[in-house]
Design a protein around this ligand. Structure first.
Ligand code: MG
Length: 394
């Protein structure tokens, strides 16, 4: 079946944003220092930026895929290719036949297997265009429940894997001094218990500390993971791999053995799997990453669900540029995001960005109240940091 046929069959279309052109870029942002997790190391943050353009509007989106296919199967060059060759042509073809809204993107691309981060990038660009046209902020778009979006969100930061426990503790202390309210440290076998002990000892009992294993442990590590309980961690994130058909059951079994709350990240790839994980007791904390769900609107639905069921949740980041970072801040303003997320200042990771910097203010970050992301784009920096671009028109 051709994509064109599938698009016609699947498309429900209503309002016309009049999309005629989509610009795709790969930008390269220099990191202050390499960021190391158990799934790999990022030294330069390349990312795909999507700009949808109509006669009198534009909308900006960002694909969260990392430079290499290590966190998930998506990666920058692959995401650029699937956007250029499949998703954007499909969007433009559909938009030429009938109006398209952001909420139609999930069904429009349901024909395609995988590529959730690429799909979410287009949805974000359409959401941004609609917010700009409608005169409301992304945060307001994401929060329809009372009391509405928060005006500021607390800042949290992630510390990558380092060579020694002492070095990790020193960095943690520096981040606390900068005002961060929550420290997340990456762990993996061999860089875990003593590293956590050093950090907890350095920052004291009053600072929220959590650890993220990115699935680096197995069910044979239950005894080691039990040792986490002595550090009063707010949670352990994705201790076991998300691979295989039984990852939720394996996490539920671990949850029965340890007191430290389990948070799931990589395992939660859909609204249905998130609800199932909560039901099974596989996690008591939810990391909400819109690009992982393939939809910012699905991420909102997950936050609505967590709020309705009294489940703690927070918004995770992906070393995002200023576009994805602002979108995550808007999402973190949802009342369902009850815990401190990966919401950090631009300067924490990058020496240069395509947007005006996101800054800390007494440990908090302002939620953008402006309509549309376009006003935050630094067009000169965008050109300077672009390494590849293409424009696709109907
Ligand atoms: Mg994680």
């Amino acid at each position: 079946m051709s994509c064109a046929r599938a698009s016609r069959r699947l498309l429900p279309v209503r309002m016309s944003p009049g999309i005629a052109t989509v610009e795709l870029r790969i930008v390269a942002l220099p990191l202050i220092e390499p960021f190391v997790a158990s799934h790999g190391t990022v030294t330069t943050r390349t990312a795909v930026i999507v700009r949808v353009i109509g006669d009198d509007f534009e909308g900006w989106g960002e694909c969260a895929a990392l430079p290499e296919p290590t966190y998930t199967s998506e990666y920058v060059d692959g995401a650029f290719a699937v956007l250029r060759d499949e998703l954007v042509p499909g969007l433009l073809r559909a938009a030429s036949e009938a109006p398209i809204e952001a909420k139609d993107v999930r069904r429009l691309f349901a024909f395609y297997a995988n590529h959730p981060m690429a799909r979410a990038a287009i949805e974000l660009a359409l959401l941004d265009a609609e917010c700009a046209a409608g005169g409301r902020s992304l945060a307001r778009r994401f929060t329809s429940v009372d009391p509405g979006p928060a005006p500021t969100v607390p800042a949290g930061v992630a510390i990558g894997l380092m060579d020694t426990a002492g070095a990790t503790a020193s960095v943690a202390a520096a981040r606390v001094a900068e005002g961060y309210r929550r420290i997340k440290m990456k762990i993996e076998p061999g860089r875990d218990i003593e590293f956590i002990r050093a950090v907890r000892s350095m920052i004291g009992a009053d600072v929220e500390l959590m650890v993220d294993a990115n699935g680096a442990y197995t069910s044979e590590d239950h005894a080691l993971l039990t040792q986490l309980d002595e550090f009063e961690l707010s949670c352990v994130e994705q201790p076991l791999s998300a691979d295989g058909p039984d990852d939720l059951e394996r996490h539920a079994a671990l949850a029965a053995l340890i007191n430290t709350p389990i948070c799931l990240d990589e395992s939660l790839t859909s609204i249905e799997r998130t609800e199932r994980a909560i039901e099974l007791g596989a996690c008591s904390v939810v990391c909400v990453k819109a690009p992982r769900y393939g939809s910012w609107l699905d991420a909102v639905a997950v936050l609505d669900h967590c709020r309705d069921h009294g489940v703690d949740a927070w918004v995770g980041g992906m070393l995002d540029t200023g576009i994805g970072r602002r979108a995550n801040i808007a999402l973190a303003a949802h009342p369902g995001a009850t815990r401190v997320g990966d919401i950090s200042a631009t300067a924490r990771f990058f020496t240069d960005d395509i947007c005006a910097p996101v800054t800390l203010n007494a440990g908090r970050i302002d939620v953008p109240a402006t309509t549309g992301l376009a006003s935050s784009i630094d067009r000169v920096a965008l050109e300077r940091l672009t390494i590849t671009s293409t424009t696709i028109s109907t």
